[in-house]
Design a protein around this ligand. Sequence first.
Ligand SMILES: Cc1ncc(COP(=O)(O)O)c(C=O)c1O
Length: 345
Amino acid sequence: MVEFATANHRDGPASFADWVANERELHQRYARLLGAASADEISVVPNTTEGVGIVAAGLDWRAGDNLVTAVGEFPTNQLAWAALADRGVTLRAVDLRFAADPEAALLEAMDERTRLLTVSSVQWTDGFRLDLGRLGPACRAAGVLFFVDAIQQLGALRVDVERDAVDCLAAGSHKWQMGPEGLGVFYCRAQWRDRIRPLKLGWRMLEQAFAFDRPERAVAGTGQRFEPGSPNTLGQMALNAALALQERYGTAWIEQRVLANTAALISGIDALPALELASRRTPERRSGIVSLRPLNTSPRTLARRLAERNIVAVARGELLRLSPHFYQGEADMQGVLEGLENFSN
Ligand SMILES: Cc1ncc(COP(=O)(O)O)c(C=O)c1O
């Protein structure tokens, strides 16, 4: 970002061709990261909210339709869907906390009027991970659009939209992808593209965006149609570099490191009587997020004390959330556990 800002300050748009090349490369990197069939299915958008909004606003809803989701989703994955009530569409939220089989509970909530299933693949509160491979194919068989908010997974654990039959996905880049705030990805499977009407209209969605003197106004046949205005080039430079860094290490290795950190934290927390693990222990349900409930102090106080040791943890309600990434390892987890032990009594 510093390099780009310095050159931009000095030279203005002199290297515009490089900006365009960077943007193209970013789309290709996202296609690889998501396991998408083509970079044409990628749109680079400001955030997760934008991706949710594109689908919620653009589908041809009919009164009496419904959509299914989980209780406790982050507000971004609730508000735009709930607002469809104005168009006679009902939001059915399934409580997964007590469900013996959460994927089955979501699928059972669907009926012949269900148009869409939307979930976070990893829950923001406790890191609970859903098995997308059980949801996607069932949605496809029922003709239901399968939407995933992947912000808490993409960049930490592998995502494969082809394998899991995900139809649309959105993920801001500033969490596990380590990108800048205000930029992220919207994936839309080619088969759904023409069924989602873009409602934000602008010059850059046109097939011939730069042919200002031509009369044609054909909308791009790719994900470019969901990118209506000038891009955030500064952010795109940083995001492309962040994804390049991830590609260098490889998603399999990153996932392994993230899950090793989670395993170390879970067994360490289990050994501390003043703390109660709030995340699931089952390996398939784990992610990069580990949440715990301090029994003798408040999460806020605990977070403050940990900060004195340069350990960043977030207090959310009754829980303290830890989310170490792949560049941290065994020694760091040991340090966190020592901090937790010292400050939780
Ligand atoms: C599950 C989930 N979705 C979405 C967001 C953020 O949405 P946006 O990228 O629109 O800011 C967050 C957290 O900030 C989140 O945890």
